[in-house]
Ligand binder design. Sequence first.
Ligand SMILES: NC(=O)c1ccc[n+]([C@@H]2O[C@H](COP(=O)([O-])OP(=O)(O)OC[C@H]3O[C@@H](n4cnc5c(N)ncnc54)[C@H](OP(=O)(O)O)[C@@H]3O)[C@@H](O)[C@H]2O)c1
Length: 225
Amino acid sequence: MNESSHPLSVAVLGGTGREGKGLAYRWAKAGYRVLVGSRSADRARAAAQDLRTMLGGGAHVEGLSNQEAAQRAEIVAVTVPYAAHRETLESVKEFVQGKLLIDVTVPIVPPKVTRVQMPPAGSAAQEAQQILGAGLEVAAAFQNISHEHLLRDQDIECDVLVTGTSQQARARTLKLVEAAGLAGWDAGPLENSVVLEGLTSVLIHINRQYGSTHAGIKITGVHKT
Ligand SMILES: NC(=O)c1ccc[n+]([C@@H]2O[C@H](COP(=O)([O-])OP(=O)(O)OC[C@H]3O[C@@H](n4cnc5c(N)ncnc54)[C@H](OP(=O)(O)O)[C@@H]3O)[C@@H](O)[C@H]2O)c1
């Protein structure tokens, strides 16, 4: 978990929601200092209290406004609905410069959630980079991990594809994937996020077609050394 000598701090913007709370739980359990962010500091504090209760003593989870969480964290994850993506990012733009932003957003546009619909930037993660500028690293990850099992201590049968603006950004994100108890793969530059984000609609379609809730993917034919 350490990149230097202390536990890393990770903000989870929208960490009061389904996916964000699950990731916050897993990262706090792995020893990260987790800063749950929300539009309402009160909601964030309540979510953080829930997580501390679930995790027991020793876990570091704090609830803050999205802005304060982004300001105080070394790594910032974004887990908000696509409709709130731009507004959320604009609200923290000044606080994320020089950091790593991990975008979990899927540009799903209801009601057609089983249809791949990408924004003009190419993907939500590329749009994040456009909104925030070139002064930070952006990675995309976790789009294909259903929140269903994140809050439970069970294995999740889905790999995590990680794209990012540099190899270092992807490597740092892969450490958080591993900390969440998942297998991750370096899936190349941020432009490749279109595949990760689009795959979510395919998995939702498969869930509906076959009566499941958590279809996933596994990379085969590769052995990590
Ligand atoms: N759920 C999954 O299984 C899953 C899996 C993979 C990826 N994702 C992606 O992760 C992101 C979050 O998904 P989720 O299911 O966790 O979403 P969610 O529970 O509906 O919302 C997450 C949080 O976003 C915040 N938010 C900010 N602006 C909002 C707005 N205008 N409307 C509603 N909420 C707003 C809310 O926090 P505050 O009100 O506290 O600010 C909310 O708790 C989405 O982009 C989704 O596509 C989800």
